[in-house]
Design a protein around this ligand. Sequence first.
Ligand SMILES: NC(=O)c1ccc[n+]([C@@H]2O[C@H](COP(=O)([O-])OP(=O)(O)OC[C@H]3O[C@@H](n4cnc5c(N)ncnc54)[C@H](O)[C@@H]3O)[C@@H](O)[C@H]2O)c1
Length: 454
Amino acid sequence: MKEKSLKIGVEIDPPTGKLGVLIPGIGGAVSTTLIAGTELVRRGLAEPVGSLTQLGTIRLGKRFENRSPLIKDFVPIAKIEDLVFGGWDIYEANGYEASLYARVLNREHIDPIKDYLSSIKPMQGVFDRKFVKNLDGTYVKSTPSLRERVELLKEDIAGFKSRNGLSRCVMIWCGSTEIHQKPDRIHESLEALREAIDKNDPRIAPSMLYALAALESGIPFINGAPNLTIDVPAMVELANTRGVPVAGKDFKTGQTLMKTILAPGLKSRMLGLEGWYSTNILGNRDGLVLDDADSFKTKEESKLSVLEYILQPHLYPTLYKNYYHKVTINYYPPRGDNKEGWDCIDIFGWLGYPMQIKVDFLCRDSILAAPLILDLVLFTDLAKRAGMSGIQEWLSFYFKSPMVKENLYPEHDLSIQSMKLKNTLRYLMGEEQITHFGLDYYMSGEQDPAKSGL
Ligand SMILES: NC(=O)c1ccc[n+]([C@@H]2O[C@H](COP(=O)([O-])OP(=O)(O)OC[C@H]3O[C@@H](n4cnc5c(N)ncnc54)[C@H](O)[C@@H]3O)[C@@H](O)[C@H]2O)c1
């Protein structure tokens, strides 16, 4: 990182020129909702609700200073007018057809931008049905060689960049959830990974080929699914050596978002937990993919880990030692993208008396995910221009399973994640960290806060 000092901030290259947003899975529900939504916002036809970069403010300095600029005015992030979308899918549908198929947005939002959406045409994906059993994509690159697939993806990236006159790109995986994979010997080092690719090792998932193509092209990679992809030492090594940021994994949107808001609150109050039963019904293509047990296992692991880290049963055995946690997702086509997530939470209070909390979140999966992607793209591009590389833990705010450095546990508490993110922005811009300590306002003895000097 081009660091000067904690106080002075970091040198950040300006966001000059156009920023390419490369999306594997560009024909999916989340991607099309992002692309259509961004265009509607650009045309002044809708508001970017849910996006911290577009609507959020950041407090600077002491509370009496009343300095709370918009984040987009405070840090030099790219303007949404400068974003150019492109990517790959395993189905040929253009952005308009894919938006209709996704059934997330109404015609009143899709039709006014039909021409724009129709112009978004996917590039042929790299796919292996072994990793996503419930899809049978036909629009795929035919070469069986994994190395050649990476090279073809790199050619796609270079072509997209030059065709659109882009100054830089970010890649974000919005493709399907792949089957569950554990880190293996082949993921331990870059050398081992490259050797496995050259030998067409069957353990290399398509998402890894995209990530490799991005990182080898010097392009940041963000993982929106719970797939292993970049969450292995080999990819982190590559990101660090190429000076490229990576972030992941699995967008934190519906039920898990609620869980990471509620659970820290219960724990702060030292309320115990007997059990947390979570179930979902979902009827979109993501739901269909997750109907396969191997893909669901990847998602399940991502969803289950949250409570364990937040509640820290090893530190609070009286409250959390034996709680029962169950998460299921059931594919139910009539609901489409409008997922319903139920939580039945059995807690206990003073002297062990039981209580219950019920949450029924009638959410819209892609409506919740789209603004996260926009923010992640803009912040990751900022990180790259600030000379940051490797794992971007400060972006944990957006993920169910935040990537962290080896030997660190992930931070899941949404309010801590938000503080971490904002303090990173303050750090980048040379502003004081805000700890919410607060005693300093009372300690100086000075009655006029403006003169307190603290
Ligand atoms: N929507 C949410 O709230 C949310 C939250 C967390 C994670 N996610 C994850 O985001 C991803 C996208 O979700 P979605 O609802 O848009 O799903 P979707 O099924 O609508 O879209 C996924 C797209 O990826 C394509 N695809 C699959 N394999 C590919 C490959 N190898 N190369 C290129 N394209 C490929 C599919 O054809 C499909 O168009 C999923 O992995 C999902 O689990 C979504």
